[in-house]
Design a protein around this ligand. Structure first.
Ligand code: ADP
Ligand code: MG
Length: 346
């Protein structure tokens, strides 16, 4: 199967209020670049599926909302006219059809002749390395195989956009990781525009060219996985995406000042500020060599690494990592150096 050109997507002013009055989305704007993989990440109920379905054409936005593919307005077009492929958590395969018939289904609907659609469906099955399953019935497949078939079915019509709604959630952890890597490689190879919905931060960080973090029907932050992880826009994003350390203090004359010490920051004066950082942003050293000094409270051996819990002067706890060889004594003072590109002030 040859690579398909992906469409750029523009969502403008799209809100959604359901018939029962539920306000699932506040009017929001979003640009998806042609060929990129954009991940919608957020807790259950924050509006991810609603936004995906509006982009798919399965749901109409509230008045004033617009969706465009490559600059042309598709707001009034139903899903079958948008050239999108969709993959759901629940597979949604046709149980009375074989694998190859499922994969060829979209081509049949489009009036592609039988020989041609079987050839195309077989090519997609080969690409997904499941051609051996072509004649199987759906109920003869494992969960992972079903999801591969669902993906193959979505890709068979060579869509310009593929929309995936928590496609791995129903699978066990090991399979989820395996299939995630496969999907990642596939999306990169096809250069198709992909929007991937998940509530799993590890999936989002691994798959996304960019991540949209959502909260209560609104966008909390849009950025690369690194930006969202190391420079979270606010407390919500920081907490939703990984372990966060917090040191309370203030900003004075270009320095963050706290009970643990002071370090230079590019921020205006503030009477109260909190320094946020991830465990990986910190390196431990001798107290004299570092801007911040904390006390070692607990050390946990983890093989190649040690997980170290530090206590701040204010009683707050800081979790960091250190190489296995670092000599740490419980109760002793230790210096903490922070990578300036991986800290955030809120
Ligand atoms: P997510 O995919 O992030 O879990 P959804 O987009 O499914 O969130 O839902 C957002 C909000 O809209 C939730 O409060 C949900 O209960 C509500 N909702 C979803 N679909 C409907 C519907 N058809 N009718 C009424 N409320 C709905
Ligand atoms: Mg959902």
């Amino acid at each position: 199967m040859s690579a398909t050109g992906g469409a750029a997507i523009t969502v403008s002013g799209c809100g959604k209020t359901y018939a029962d009055g539920t306000r699932a989305l506040a009017p929001l704007d979003l640009e998806v670049k042609a060929g990129e993989t954009l991940v919608l990440l957020g807790p259950s109920g924050c509006g991810k599926t609603t936004l995906l379905r509006i982009i798919a054409g399965l749901e109409t936005p509230d008045a004033g909302g617009r969706v465009a593919f490559d600059g042309s307005d598709v707001t009034g077009l139903p899903i079958e006219k948008r050239n999108v492929g969709m993959v759901f958590q629940s597979y949604a395969l046709f149980p009375n059809m074989s694998v190859v018939e499922n994969v060829a289904y979209g081509l049949r609907v489009r009036g592609v002749a039988k020989a041609e659609r079987l050839a195309q469906a077989t090519a997609v099955l080969e690409m997904m390395r499941i051609e051996a399953l072509a004649r199987r019935r759906i109920d003869q497949l494992s969960g992972g195989q079903r999801q591969r078939v669902a993906l193959a079915r979505a890709l068979a019509v060579r869509p310009r956009v593929i929309l995936l709604d928590e496609p791995l959630t129903a699978l066990d952890a090991a399979l989820r990781e395996h299939l995630r890597a496969e999907i990642d490689a596939l999306l990169k190879r096809l250069a198709i525009t992909a929007i991937y919905v998940t509530h799993d931060q590890a999936e989002a960080l691994a798959l996304g060219d960019r991540i949209v973090v959502m909260r209560h029907g609104a966008i909390a932050q849009v950025g690369t996985p690194r930006a969202v992880y190391f420079q979270p826009a606010d407390d919500f994003v920081a907490d939703f995406v990984g372990i966060t350390n917090r040191i309370p203090g203030a900003v004075r004359d270009g320095r963050f000042v706290s009970a643990a010490g002071a370090l230079p920051v590019a921020a205006p004066d503030r009477a109260a500020a909190t320094l946020l950082f991830r465990p990986e942003a910190a390196t431990l050293c001798a107290p004299a060599e570092a801007a911040l000094t904390l006390r070692v409270e607990q050390v946990e051996f983890q093989g190649a690494r040690q997980r170290v819990v530090l206590a701040g002067a204010d009683g707050g706890r800081i979790v960091v990592e250190a190489p296995a060889g670092t000599d740490l004594v419980t109760g002793a003072a230790v210096g903490v150096t922070l990578d300036p590109t991986r800290i955030t002030l809120v």
